[in-house]
Design a protein around this ligand. Structure first.
Ligand SMILES: Nc1ncnc2c1ncn2[C@@H]1O[C@H](COP(=O)(O)OP(=O)(O)O)[C@@H](O)[C@H]1O
Ligand SMILES: [Mg+2]
Length: 337
């Protein structure tokens, strides 16, 4: 691939050091994605400038004018501390007419709310867990159709923010308590969904027009299988010590019938198209004990650290990390046309 000038946008708190030397696994866990992306792009021969951005549009504009990068590698997941502003950053880059990696603004909007994406996907006959939304500052009234257990989450935050074992509730009383917790501590509307007991499957996709599907990947919950609900809580996702202690593992999903595999892949492609995603994304499913794959959520611009699900699934299918990042750059450049 041609050598490019790449401007990497990231949160200033996640500006990685030049070397991993002297950092523990826990310390480097925080900025591992930024470290992996920047060091690998450099190793690929690109000229790379990281730019920390919190709430300044001018610095982005100035850097683009002064340096004229070929492309922006977009690792920003928030602006002004708001996750929901991610699409505005992508929109701003479009207004500046600079190519950028990852998903377009419309895909980011359609997949954000945990209710909207499910409504769109359900229209295309893909199973989704039944759900109800509890807006903030409104009386919390459980519905008569609720079937417990249910899981209560923030409607709009991701990265499992606010998700713990206590999120799975088995009565109206506990549901109300957890919805209040989301309203008061996370500060967003809450969604209560039917809890799908079963396996957790992820499908990574790369592409704008033609799509490359990565192998179906599974998050395995180790000894949590015995002691609690099998869910990806904040700790399961972000605490390496906890992951080691409970033997949380990820790897290729085994023992799926070819029929089921085909079905999940077909669903994932429909989701990708209907939510208007491009670049790269990870589509998450829960495989119920009855064998039904339920759509959980679409993650445009998913975590792409070397050790996380997307990159390990790519590696497993023969796309090495350095090649993966080059492909992501190419997809960003191609979208221009
Ligand atoms: N309806 C559900 N049934 C079973 N588990 C669920 C359900 N919804 C969420 N979970 C669990 O909680 C995790 C986080 O939920 P998700 O909707 O993906 O939110 P986030 O955007 O924070 O990742 C999932 O990966 C899954 O383990
Ligand atoms: Mg998720």
């Amino acid at each position: 691939m041609k050598k490019l000038r790449v401007l990497v946008l990231l949160h200033p708190d996640l500006m990685p050091p030049n070397s991993l030397r002297g950092y523990t696994k826990k310390e480097s866990h925080v900025w591992k994605t930024e470290y992996d992306v920047i060091s690998t792009l450099r190793a690929n021969g690109h000229e790379v400038r990281p730019l920390g951005v919190q709430d300044e549009l001018n610095t982005i504009c100035k850097e683009i004018e002064d340096w004229s990068p070929d492309i922006v590698f977009n690792l920003l997941e928030q602006f002004h501390g708001e996750a929901a502003y991610d699409q505005n950053v992508a929109s701003y880059l479009e207004l500046l007419r600079i190519p950028y990696t990852g998903c377009n603004p419309r895909g980011l909007i359609l997949s954000r709310g945990k209710d909207l994406a499910k409504k769109i996907v359900h229209y295309h006959q893909i199973p989704v867990p039944s759900f109800h939304v509890f807006p903030a500052r409104r009386k919390i009234m459980p519905k008569s159709w609720f079937e417990y257990p249910m899981i209560v989450k923030s409607l709009s935050e991701d990265a499992s923010l606010g998700i713990a074992q206590a999120s799975v509730v088995d009565s109206d009383k506990k549901l109300v308590e957890r919805v209040e917790f989301i309203h008061n501590h996370i500060g967003t509307a809450a969604i209560a969904e039917k809890y799908i007991d079963g396996r957790e499957l992820y499908l990574g996709i790369l592409g704008n027009d033609s799509l490359r599907l990565l192998p179906i990947w599974e998050l395995e919950f180790g000894d949590l299988e015995r002691s609690g609900s099998r869910i990806a809580t904040e700790k399961v996702k972000h605490d390496p010590d906890y992951q080691d202690r409970h033997e949380i593992l990820q790897g290729p999903a085994e023992d799926l019938t070819s029929e089921l595999e085909t079905r999940i892949k077909r669903y994932a492609k429909v989701v990708y198209r209907e939510l208007e995603l491009d670049g790269y994304a990870r589509i998450d499913f829960r495989l119920g004990t009855d064998g039904t794959p339920y759509f959980l959520e679409a993650n445009p611009n998913p975590e792409i650290a070397r050790i996380e699900e997307f990159a390990t699934a790519a590696e497993y299918s023969g796309i090495e990390y350095s090649e993966l990042l080059n492909r992501i750059l190419k997809l960003g450049l191609e979208r221009r046309h």
